[in-house]
Design a protein around this ligand. Sequence first.
Ligand code: SF4
Length: 156
Amino acid sequence: MQDKILVSACFLGKKVRYNGEVKSLSNQLITQWQQEGRLMAICPEVEGGLPVPRSPAEINRNSGKVFTCDGTDVSEAFYLGAQRALALCQQFNIRFALLKESSPSCGSATIYDGSFNGSKVEGAGVTTTLLRKHGIHVFSEKNLSELANLIDSPAL
Ligand code: SF4
């Protein structure tokens, strides 16, 4: 079985980041997986209806809601984007995701702490949390090799 991998669209150079800048992830594994046709790209925030560029957003640690730096509650867009990512995984039987670390949608080990002062805490983004609830294994650019070791394994 050849696994497909859900991937943060910004890793592939798509212009979806909040500040409109392109910042792709240059890595041999990414190139290989792209050539093998494994990668299914999504930007949950754009899928949820947010524009590019958009105000930076962080998860409030007390409420769990997502706010922009000017106090707008954008939780609904984040949740919708997460649902769309999950739907894509379910449609294509995707067991693995490679998502951008520390993003309020895509983070898998750390996120910004909600104070907009650049501090990070342990935690996961909205999309990562939903995918994990449904048994999808989420990795980041920091543990690419672990993902490479697991894909195509029938044991999982
Ligand atoms: Fe990249 Fe995820 Fe942020 Fe979209 S939401 S720009 S895919 S990190």
